[in-house]
Design a protein around this ligand. Sequence first.
Ligand SMILES: *Cc1c(COP(=O)(O)O)cnc(C)c1O
Length: 458
Amino acid sequence: MPLWKKSSSKSPDVYTTTHAIQGLAKDHIPETGMSPEEAYNLVRDELYLDGNARQNLATFCTTWVEDEVHTLMADCIDKNMIDKDEYPQTAEIEARCVHIIASLWNSPEAEDTIGCSTTGSSEAAMLGGLALKWAWRDRQKKAGKHHDKPNIVCGPVQVCWHKFAKYFDVELRQIPLTEGSLHMQPEQLKDYVDENTICVVPTLGVTFTGVYEPVKEVCQELDKIQFETGLDIPVHVDAASGGFVAPFLHPELVWDFRLDRVKSINASGHKFGLAPLGVGWVIWRDKKELPADLVFNVDYLGGNMPTFALNFSRPGGQIIIQYYNFMRLGYVGYRAIQLACAENAHYLAKKLSKLPELEVLYDGKGALPCVCYRLKEPKKAHYTLYDLSERVRMSGWQIASYPLPADMQDTIVQRIMVRHGVSHDSVEQLFEDIRKALNYLGKNNIKWSEAGPSFSHG
Ligand SMILES: *Cc1c(COP(=O)(O)O)cnc(C)c1O
């Protein structure tokens, strides 16, 4: 019997209970439960081993939200966004977000454009890719051509496009990087596209470095290819991060539906869209770009609802918060937040570029608010950036180290994402920790570590 039972009838101190002394079940459901207070404390304590999300500068995702967001999320915890008849206002708010985002991306018909929320950019990319695969197949069929070898052409894409290609049987043709060029070069396209190319996918905010791929120039090159060969190849823009940065920081940059060739765009609401984790968006420039064949009509919940999604049930709160953010911040508020991030990223880049050990590859100016760098002389140094990641982790910072994609896979880089909630002083503290870690590694002849990349690109 636990000690407390002998001495008092009052509820026990959480850390004197059997579970606190003997541990929680790890591989079976226990016969009996425990009080919510006890379960809360013991389960929450497990989380101390997770990194501190605010210091995770490897992630692109939202790690700071206002108190009101917590409240509104709690209000929505029981809402399934797919039950559009039961929760018509959530459905209405999702539709408003689609139109707001379409107009942010300069859709010619923002009021009646088509699009939907998703779990994130991965699902959104799959939906965009599927619509284009269907459209390509229809084109091929009509022309009496074979339609069994589709491909997509892209630069250094996020893993979701590798998944799309594998899951949906599409060949991924990734244009290799070269020293001095961190994204696809439009003139490379002609060697990769053919009549089986369902689309070209430029990324607005490349995961590995933070730079934008030149969407307008890609479209112009495809115009030229069409003029010369007759191939009319559509473009889907993966704007997972850039979709909520460019409209506010680089409104003059033409990357979106202002370009006729851009048929669909995806973005992550939970990245620079500032919503909590679990929402993405995909928008088509025109209803006709989404083949009706892919849309399922669901009627068992009452009413008849068209759905195009990989998931069915999904939380509604993230969508509500996306709308809350649009209303709460407005264009000016979003711009102020993204500007602050960009300023802090550029400040950090300037400081890092003065360190003799590092070479900054992207300085936070002109694209995403982040910094990407490598060791100036990796062959001479007896430590690697993986060692640096490990060393700054001692103060809680999580900074990604990883190789660039082919043909730059021998270059190991680090990337620091500066998001909402990363202040000037945080950046200053991080810089000091990096500086000290480099001094330590330099002085202590740390052995070359073979530690592989152990982080995600999320
Ligand atoms: C993060 C990211 C994705 C995947 O987005 P999720 O919202 O995590 O599913 C896809 N593409 C790019 C460019 C990204 O940065």
